[in-house]
Design a protein around this ligand. Sequence first.
Ligand SMILES: Cc1cc2nc3c(=O)[nH]c(=O)nc-3n(C[C@H](O)[C@H](O)[C@H](O)COP(=O)(O)OP(=O)(O)OC[C@H]3O[C@@H](n4cnc5c(N)ncnc54)[C@H](O)[C@@H]3O)c2cc1C
Length: 374
Amino acid sequence: MAKQILIIGGGVIGTMHALRLVKRGYRVVQIDRDPVPLQASVRNFGLVWVGGRRAGEELEEALLARELWDEVAADVRDLSLRSNGSLTIARTTAEVKVMEQSMALPDAEARGWQLLSAEEARQINPAVRGKFEAALYCSKDAAVEPAHLLHNIRHHLLAHDNYSWVPNTEIVDVNEGPTGPVAFAATGEMFHGDFALVCPGADHKSLFGAQLAESPIRRVRLQMMSTVPLGEELTTSVGDGDSMRYYPAYDVPALREMPPQDPIAAGAKMQLLMVQRTDGTLTIGDTHEYDEPFDIFLREPEYDYLIDVASDILGRPLPKVARRWDGVYSQRTDGAICERTHISKTIVVVTGPGGRGNSLAPAIAENTVRILGF
Ligand SMILES: Cc1cc2nc3c(=O)[nH]c(=O)nc-3n(C[C@H](O)[C@H](O)[C@H](O)COP(=O)(O)OP(=O)(O)OC[C@H]3O[C@@H](n4cnc5c(N)ncnc54)[C@H](O)[C@@H]3O)c2cc1C
């Protein structure tokens, strides 16, 4: 009989592991405390962002992930993957300089970068009508719909006899039993497997809190919003020049010569990212908060700033903001791709991909499977 793998966590990391393991013929029982996943994986932009990844291992992981996303899209009906590319918009000459120097980096081609004039950028994405100097197009970037992605993958998995989905089930302990790990639910129910992968996202405390407290991971809180439909197509995802301060790809001298960021943006470690959903609405963010306890409030000055930048790039008033929310992700503090904490021979925690978890999830799962020899 095929080995049974318990996966605790229904977010994109747990789900991509489930997908790869079911494809390899393992039996998978995937468990989540909520009726449907409600955390980072459904609160995000849905960006599959390759262009901004750090040179070396991180870029390789992102390129692998991008290929695997296509493979997943071929397997899962209505996955919602769109190869829409992205435009990073330079509104100042200092930002253009960063782009020009970045284009000379040895991996610029692998990233699918092209430096475009404002006119050329508008040929790709006519909705960016604002005044700007240039744009960096990344053909490798893509997007998925966080509201549908996990549901559609689960629907695909449930058509297999070797997959089961167990919602509304809080796992309070996972022990190494005589024949493999046993997961104990708050209800008293027990789940037996040959291996357990714990993919708890930013919940660093409920399971293996002591071990995770020793790991180089932290939690990061972000503010997000979405508008009513734009009324026209935003054909690519969009980033502002500040995104080059946060994505590590742009490691060039001109980056260090950039003037300071706007004080509100600097205070909340902000960049503008904007992507259109299939219903026409725009998802826009973000901020980064690192110190806990996190603020209980959503802060308006940061939203006002994002509305200004987005309107400036679109060259028109931003459609009405309809929803605001926050989300928390788990991030390795040393830049490593993710955290894989080996609790015992058959219990491993996988988390900490940071703001790249959606982008890299298929490759993280593939590498877990390879590392653990499944
Ligand atoms: C606002 C925001 C925007 C982002 N934008 C992007 C983006 O555009 N592109 C990108 O690549 N990344 C993005 N990220 C990062 C990405 O969303 C995360 O890295 C990724 O979703 C993490 O997935 P996960 O499965 O590890 O965690 P989660 O999505 O948090 O899932 C963990 C799941 O485990 C369950 N769970 C935890 N403990 C237990 C337990 N004891 N018992 C049962 N169930 C349990 C939880 O209920 C949850 O459903 C963003 C993150 C945020 C917050």
